[in-house]
Ligand binder design. Structure first.
Ligand SMILES: Cc1cc2nc3c(=O)[nH]c(=O)nc-3n(C[C@H](O)[C@H](O)[C@H](O)COP(=O)(O)O)c2cc1C
Length: 334
């Protein structure tokens, strides 16, 4: 396969240490969602790089099977693993395990707003403890010892009065991080309001040549172009818009290569992708019925926006076995 190239006026590939990411458009880590099947489908659709959902450093350091299983690579593709925690030794141990598990990049989560994470004083709450955050980055860099690249994912700050992303990002880079991702919302905003592109631009100015990945509210080619143009960022990360919609990366790749933008998927493409996602999910699941139940949320995202979608979703929600769901899917003519 020939190497993808950027069209004139598009940003160059994203380079983080030895990683070259083209197109410079990444799948955001999303807990309980970006496991191997979702990452693989997004990669096939054109995503430049994917990152696992966050992995708890204490559990990973203890080699808990549940957490280790989330470190599944797509054959032949580099991937990132994200860890969260607040104990430098545990974070170091967890990072080393990610590298053993094949991760080419270890990302430290300093942006998660969820109470169960921030109450344990990890995730976004680390933006209020820069000295500890520096220790964590140092510990991870030391543990990976150049075997993987290291990045930090953060928010714009804790709340409106404490938007410290530019200084915080600079401190993380001084501690050894080779790239940062900024979701342009404060922890207090959670997912509300609009993303603040100006603060991502400020982070980019503060970091100079160090790669910055902009994140938040990229949903189509126009918002992707705006993310790059308004912030000067080196890469863009897409989360919610990829749910039930790996085609967002086909669109991003076409935009980046300067090709005509593809038409939105037809209902039958959506159904086929849901089926492919389910089949892949079943190959990694321990418990078939649990996998069918967990895939219901994806049915909600894939199967919408066409006549009969709501009835089809409801029918799928009522089924508990893989045979029943697959039969329904194969009997549905769209
Ligand atoms: C359901 C869900 C789970 C998420 N889990 C994680 C996570 O594990 N780690 C993380 O850094 N961010 C997590 N995020 C935040 C996303 O990575 C991303 O920063 C955020 O959704 C904004 O990007 P978007 O507007 O493209 O969705 C999660 C977001 C959602 C909606």
């Amino acid at each position: 396969m020939s190497e993808l190239a950027a069209a004139p006026g598009r940003p160059p590939p994203l380079v983080i240490g030895r990683l070259r990411i083209a197109p410079p458009v990444l799948l955001a880590p999303m807990s309980a969602l970006t496991n191997l099947p979702m990452r693989a489908l997004c990669e096939e659709a054109g995503c430049g790089f994917t990152v696992t959902e966050f992995l708890a450093a204490p559990a990973l350091a203890a080699r808990a099977r549940r957490e280790l299983r989330k470190l599944q690579p797509s054959p032949g593709r580099p991937f990132g693993a994200q860890i969260f925690g607040r104990d430098p030794r545990q974070m170091g141990r967890a990072a080393a395990i990610c590298v053993e598990g094949g991760a080419a990049l270890v990302d430290l989560n300093m942006g998660c707003p969820a109470r169960k994470v921030t109450k344990g004083c990890a995730g976004a709450s680390l933006m209020r403890e820069p000295a500890l955050a520096v220790e964590l980055v140092r510990a991870v860099c030391e543990a990976v010892a150049g075997r993987a690249e290291v990045s930090v994912k953060m928010r714009s700050g804790w709340d409106e009065g404490n938007k410290n992303a530019p200084e915080f990002a600079a401190a993380m880079v001084a501690a050894g991080a080779q790239a940062v991702t900024v979701h342009g919302r404060t922890r207090a905003q959670m997912f509300s309001g609009v993303v603040d592109l100006a603060i991502i631009a400020e982070v980019k100015r503060a970091l100079g040549a160090v790669p910055v990945i902009g994140n938040g509210d990229v949903v189509d080619a126009a918002s992707l172009a705006r993310m790059f143009e308004a912030t000067g960022c080196d890469g863009a990360m897409i989360g919610r818009a990829a749910l039930g919609n790996p085609w967002i990366f086909t669109l991003a790749r076409a935009w980046w290569c300067g090709e005509p933008l593809p038409a939105p998927p037809e209902p039958r493409d959506r159904l086929a992708m849901y089926r492919a996602h389910l089949l892949h999910y079943l190959t990694i699941a321990d418990d078939e019925q649990q996998a069918v139940i967990e895939m219901r949320k994806f049915a909600g995202w894939y199967l919408r926006g066409f006549p009969g979608a709501s009835m089809l979703r409801k029918a799928i929600y009522g089924l508990a076995s893989k045979e029943e769901v697959l039969r329904l899917v194969s009997e549905t003519a769209l």
